[in-house]
Design a protein around this ligand. Sequence first.
Ligand code: GLN
Length: 235
Amino acid sequence: MCRHLGWLGADVTVSSLVLDPPCGLRVQSYAPRRQKHGLMNADGWGVGFFDREVPRRWRSPAPLWGDVSFDSIAPALRSHCVVAAVRSATVGMPIEASATAPFTDGRWLLSHNGVVDRAVLPPTSSAESSCDSAILAATIFERGLDALGDTVAEIGAADPLARLNILAADGSRLLATAWGDTLFILRRDDGVVLASEPYDDAPGWDDVPDRHLVEVTPAGVTITPLSHPHSKGSR
Ligand code: GLN
């Protein structure tokens, strides 16, 4: 189970979100605290951010903790909207930069925290990789992000063992689902963080209940329940 983080708010450095916090994604790459599936996230990392409205990405199939180049550059990268992830590859999935979130359609950045049976996903020619998350991202892009909640509920019904925590951003909106794994929200004075797990022990982190959709815009945060089509299992 990977770990991801999204930011919408003031311009901040990427390092302040990903590298500097005491339990941020860099630490979560080797010592996550809330991870239920997998021990660590050593199979790659990706950082996406909006440069005005243009999504830009830096991805690697190597562990985040050892990337000295990113460590040097991240303090110089500033954005108002960020999607970042560290990866624990599902057994059988390729370990390559193109299988690493965030994925993009040129407008959105999207991360998937979880697993899905590729057989329940419609065929697509636009996936970047044969990884389940890349195919799922292509499916979500094709259906449109306004349908994210419906798409997740539908795929969750088709594969009751799927875990479908999605995090997506288009530069002015953050969308996330909690479906099978943890999701937290932190409302800061300068913006909102959505993350698989808190990056520190400061007060203010709220747990998003399972099977809910979160939408963050400059106007505020809404959290709505998704449908519960089937009972859950565990994979
Ligand atoms: N299934 C995805 C992959 O293999 C995501 C894995 C995860 O969330 N750990 O990359």
